[in-house]
Design a protein around this ligand. Structure first.
Ligand code: SF4
Ligand code: SF4
Length: 114
């Protein structure tokens, strides 16, 4: 044993169950206020999002700092999305192990998923 501590950003973790890993993470929902933006949603999809979660700009979900207001819980421990069924398309597209996921997890010092 070398005694050296590995940098968290160099650590990796195998993906076993996407839903489970996301429920104990939430990093992508708390890394950038520009993340939960609206892209290709149609008017019907946007109308289903509770108004209190929509940013005054109308361009994304409201955030506090860099964290989405729809995220509950503690990042890296247990989290959930209060508007999961009507979340923006970018949130649906993000998958464990993809580029956005990797950046978000590194931001929080969590092992990246491979
Ligand atoms: S950062 Fe990755 S693992 Fe974490 S919630 Fe987002 S997609 Fe899931
Ligand atoms: S809307 Fe839900 S899935 Fe999207 S960033 Fe916010 S908490 Fe995460």
């Amino acid at each position: 044993m070398s005694g050296k501590t590995r940098s968290p950003t160099s650590m990796t973790a195998p993906l076993r169950d996407a839903q489970t890993v996301c429920q104990s993470c939430g990093a992508c929902c708390a890394t950038s206020r520009d993340w939960p933006r609206f892209t290709l949603e149609d008017d019907a999809a946007l109308a289903r999002i509770p108004e209190k979660f929509v940013d005054p700009s109308g361009a994304r979900i409201a955030c506090t700092g860099e964290r989405c207001n729809a995220l509950t819980g503690t990042v890296g421990t247990a989290t959930s999305c209060l508007i999961y069924n009507v979340r923006p398309d970018v949130c649906r597209a993000c998958e464990p192990g993809d580029e956005a996921c990797t950046i978000a997890r590194q931001t929080f010092g969590m092992p990246v998923i491979v």
